[in-house]
Design a protein. Structure first.
Ligand SMILES: [Zn+2]
Length: 486
């Protein structure tokens, strides 16, 4: 297959690379893209609303619906939209689907990847989150920004390539996932059964472009069986979030409340402690206050631990001392990524055993193995370090031509000629591909009115004009990527 592909490619190269390259973005091309986007504006809004109307939160697996009925319906809706645009589709065992152009049999394509599943909504929405609203040029509803709107943009980008009959040196696929928000088993399935794309961009993050994602390391710091003065210590909801609340039940003669920690005597010698911090995502701990950390400090300051408990609580204190990992001696900065972060997001107590999570986001100058070794040194004699998962950093050099092609498209459409790629602490679909980048469509620097909410939040919103601009960027990127040698 590969040999066939190489031959075929070189023949095509001779035909397409000429002085009148179809991949030049000249005034005529720009006008044509503008016209296409304007003409399809209403249909784009309609199609986003169709997807938003499906509450595609992960559910119980069913035959033909491995992530639940609603994500499967959303996948169907995505394929229906693609078919209506004249694009052929392939359903990969109801987990992920794609619309395609060019040679269907060649996996080594240029791809985009977005997802059609969404996170749950909670009770705070002022209107039905699954009925898309349009207000003052903004679209509101669960999934408009993450990631149903961008999914529709990727399909319309393919429609442009099809309508204008752009010669395709590489086949193009718009992958539509349905399990991104939980386990990414959609993408696992695709990569288990297909060759990875030559290059893939994922509109599921921020503009201008994300060329690197820190390593993500999760471990459990499990104490020995301890019977002493701390009967319970509980806090946090997830390993990857800084908790705003934590509580403890401790034995002490007399305690006083202090800033951030409230002490209430339940019975003589038994105290309930509650801490209030400031929550946030583990990858961005700046400005947060870890409620577990507040309690650990309080417990140590008030000499609550028994002799047996003391080493484990001192170890916890090192973790919570600073979110840059310096307390544990794992702090580092490689110059490509922001400094390492280390966060203890969740602690539980069961049968006298404390289990504290640790979430570390790290750059290219350390590794999961090094982190484990260092943590085991610090934990020696007082805790077991159980690695839950470790994903190495993902980094694409800025001189990679595909990265440059995407950035150039962003700069040309927005006029932001100094726009630069950036690295983040979070993880997106990109890190699962050998050659990929997260590419828009959010603009964190552009402010939104108060009635608009963030992704995963109440009143999740997207500015329609930003979406139309993003579509122009994605079309340009596709054209430029076709001109590259892979
Ligand atoms: Zn997303």
């Amino acid at each position: 297959m590969k040999e066939y592909y190489e031959k075929r490619r070189s023949k095509k190269n001779m035909r397409d690379i000429s002085s009148t390259s179809p991949y030049v973005i000249d005034d005529e091309r720009l006008k044509d893209i503008d016209r296409f986007v304007e003409e399809n504006r209403d249909a784009i809004v309609r199609d986003i609303a169709r997807l938003v109307s499906i509450p595609s939160i992960e559910g119980e697996p069913e035959p033909g619906a491995p992530f639940g009925k609603a994500p499967r319906q959303a996948l169907q809706c995505g394929m229906d939209i693609a078919n209506e645009l004249g694009l052929a589709t392939v359903n990969c065992e109801d987990k992920i689907a794609y619309a395609w152009l060019g040679d269907a049999d060649i996996d080594r394509c240029i791809a985009t990847i977005t997802h059609l599943d969404v996170v749950p909504v909670g009770d705070d929405w002022p209107a039905d989150p699954f009925v898309m609203r349009e207000e003052d040029g903004y679209l509101l509803g669960r999934g408009v920004m993450d990631d149903k709107g961008p999914s529709v943009l990727c399909l319309y980008a393919l429609k442009y390539l099809k309508d204008t009959k752009l010669p395709l040196r590489y086949p193009v696929r718009a992958l539509l996932g349905s399990n991104e928000e939980t386990n990414m088993h959609d993408l696992d399935h695709y990569l288990d059964t297909h060759t990875p794309p030559l290059f893939c961009f994922s509109p599921d993050a921020d503009f201008p472009l994300i060329n690197g994602e820190k390593g993500i390391y999760h471990a459990l710091l499990v104490s020995q069986h301890l019977t002493g003065n701390i009967l319970d210590l509980t806090g946090g909801l997830a390993a990857n979030a800084i908790p705003a609340k934590a509580s403890a039940l401790v034995r002490a003669a007399s305690l006083e409340s202090c800033d951030g920690v409230t002490a209430v005597q339940k019975e003589p010698g038994l105290w309930q402690l509650s801490a209030a911090g400031i929550s946030g995502h583990a990858s961005m701990p700046e400005g947060t206050v870890n409620a577990i950390g507040l309690l650990v400090d309080y417990i140590l300051k008030n000499n609550i631990p028994s002799e047996k408990e003391l080493p484990y609580f001192r170890f916890l204190a090192k973790l919570h001392a600073a979110s840059d990992g310096s307390g544990l001696g794992i702090d580092s900065c490689d110059g490509r990524f922001a400094p390492l972060t280390a966060v203890g997001g969740k602690i539980t107590t069961e049968n006298g055993i404390f289990t504290q999570t640790i979430d570390v986001r790290y750059g290219t100058d350390t590794s999961g193995e090094k982190l484990t070794a260092r943590l085991r040194e610090e934990a020696a004699g007082c805790a077991e370090v159980v690695v839950a998962n470790d994903s190495a950093p993902f980094y694409m050099p800025l001189d990679n031509p595909a990265i440059a092609a995407c950035l150039e498209s962003y700069r040309q459409v927005t006029g932001e000629h100094d726009a630069q790629a950036m690295t983040i602490g979070g993880g997106t679909y990109s890190r699962h591909f050998p050659n990929a980048a997260a590419f828009g469509p959010e603009h964190p620097e552009r402010s939104y009115p108060a009635f608009c909410g963030p992704i995963h939040g109440v009143n999740e919103a997207a500015r329609l004009s930003d979406f139309l601009e993003a579509l122009k960027i994605y079309i340009q990127a596709h054209i430029r990527l076709q001109a590259l040698e892979f």
